[in-house]
Design a protein around this ligand. Structure first.
Ligand SMILES: *[C@@H]1O[C@H](CO)[C@@H](O)[C@H](O)[C@H]1NC(C)=O
Ligand SMILES: *[C@@H]1O[C@H](CO)[C@@H](O)[C@H](O)[C@H]1NC(C)=O
Ligand SMILES: *[C@@H]1O[C@H](CO)[C@@H](O)[C@H](O)[C@H]1NC(C)=O
Length: 428
């Protein structure tokens, strides 16, 4: 009993978070699991420090992205969270762990470890030293065989405790306002609550669709598919594959046709345009493009823009002064797109991946509509050179009837953060 009291009052869980890919989305999941592990151990959690992401070169910290006070407040009845390690543990730094074997560092957490693993292997460290650092920590907590309370806590962290910092929400709300009331225009308000309030009062809000599109060079090259850009593009992508992965791209063993019919080729902006048109969207649809950088630039999205002239993005809707605080910061740019995606009437993503999974799950949790394109069907239809437009449209509509937000239950081994039902839902 004494040991436990000691643990709950003094222990710290210090987590290393080396980020990769779209940074803040990976972090979502790590921080949720960190809270769960702290709960299992009755330990205090120290807000993690982020390392600069080598790919995105983004030095944004947890506190630059998320509203930390909100985070701590929402979880105050669940666990104790502190922003910094207390003075007596100041020696417990990233450098300290990087430069030698340390008794307070736990390196052996297996992938998808059980709750028992933590009480057997980390609790003794906490009891002896008052602090433990678990690194690496990605995917180190199982999704199955966890108590209901722990699952609920993970849901609470992911869907309620993590809120973006006020300036991201303010910018996001301005974008949403301008999409809903295109004629009025509005200044970015630093008081996001006020702006949200005004939004609710105004009448005749227009609807908008968010299209999440990831079609960057990295992805195009890695898919090993062809994208109709002719010989020059084929050579450019082949060269990129050679330089970046020394040719080791798993998909290379398949032909373009095989990959396409399996739905393994990213959809091009043009293909997505045809999909949207087949589903009944038209030139009166207000479309927001949530996208980082499109390989091929404006030329590649020309067809999409022709079909949907009311297409907007972060850049078209804001001035450069308004974007100054997020300029060049991949995680903040992604956060703004995430925020707008969460508030759209319809969300459609043509790019499976972290952002896709996170937004789809969050929208499921909030019961908002999402369209999930069938990549395999699209691949097959685009290969068919004799298909007419009415046939294409018919096939698309038929296949997408039950891909418009119907809840899919999590299966064993799947992530709670991708499939929040049933664990995060009421009466589960
Ligand atoms: C944590 O606290 C709870 C409630 O006080 C207790 O039931 C549980 O055994 C504790 N767990 C550990 C690992 O100390
Ligand atoms: C939208 O499409 C309709 C029907 O194809 C056409 O008549 C109309 O001119 C278009 N409007 C704009 C603004 O392009
Ligand atoms: C192409 O589509 C047409 C019309 O649906 C169909 O009859 C034909 O079999 C398809 N061809 C291939 C190669 O799948």
């Amino acid at each position: 009993m004494i040991a436990i009291a000691y643990v709950s009052n003094r222990s710290m869980l210090f987590l290393s978070t080396l980020l990769n890919y779209v940074p803040f989305l990976i972090l979502f999941i790590k921080i949720c699991d960190a809270v769960a592990v702290a709960k299992i151990l009755n330990a205090t959690l120290v807000i993690p420090h982020l390392e600069v992401n080598p790919v995105w070169q983004d030095s944004s910290t947890f506190m630059d992205i998320f509203d930390v006070d909100h985070f701590i407040n929402i979880l105050q009845d669940d666990i104790l969270i502190v922003k910094e390690v207390p003075v007596e543990f100041y020696w417990s730094t990233r450098e300290y762990y990087a430069t030698g074997i340390r008794a307070t560092r736990v390196k052996t957490a297996p992938v998808h470890a059980s709750a028992n693993w933590y009480t057997e292997n980390v609790l003794p460290v906490l009891q002896s030293y008052g602090i433990a650092a678990i690194a690496p920590f990605s995917h180190r907590l199982a999704f199955d065989d966890m108590s209901k309370d722990i699952q609920r806590l993970r849901c609470k962290v992911n869907f309620q405790a993590l809120a973006f910092v006020p300036h991201i929400r303010a910018l996001g709300n301005s974008l949403i306002n301008r999409l809903r009331y295109p004629a009025q225009g509005s200044e970015v308000s630093t008081n996001y609550l006020e702006e949200l309030d005004n939004t609710n009062k105004k009448k005749g809000a227009g609807k908008f669709v968010v299209l999440h599109l990831r079609f960057d060079k990295d992805m195009a090259a890695h898919s090993a598919c062809e994208f109709g850009g002719g010989k020059a593009e084929r050579l450019a992508l082949a060269k990129y594959r050679q330089v970046i992965w020394q040719g080791r791209v798993l998909n290379s063993q398949f032909t373009d046709e095989e990959l396409r019919s399996q739905g393994r080729c990213p959809l091009t902006p043009e293909e997505i345009g045809l999909l949207l048109a087949a589903l009944g969207f038209d030139n009166s649809t207000r479309l927001y493009l949530a996208s980082h950088k499109v390989y091929g630039g404006e030329a590649r999205i020309l067809t999409l823009r022709d079909l949907f002239p009311l297409m907007e993005d972060k850049k078209s809707l804001t001035s450069s002064e308004e974007r100054a605080s997020i300029k060049g910061k991949a995680s903040l740019l992604a956060a703004v797109d995430y925020y707008v995606s969460m508030h759209s009437d319809i969300f459609i993503s043509a790019s499976p991946g972290n952002m896709h999974n996170a937004v789809v799950a969050h929208r499921t949790y909030e019961n908002r509509k999402t369209i999930r394109p069938s990549m395999a069907l699209l691949g097959q239809l685009f290969l068919n050179k004799t298909l007419t437009w009415p046939e294409f449209q018919e096939a698309i509509r038929e296949k997408h009837k039950n891909r418009q937000g119907q809840i899919r239950l999590r299966k064993t081994g799947q992530s709670l953060y991708t499939y929040p039902a049933p664990d995060c839902m009421c009466n589960a």
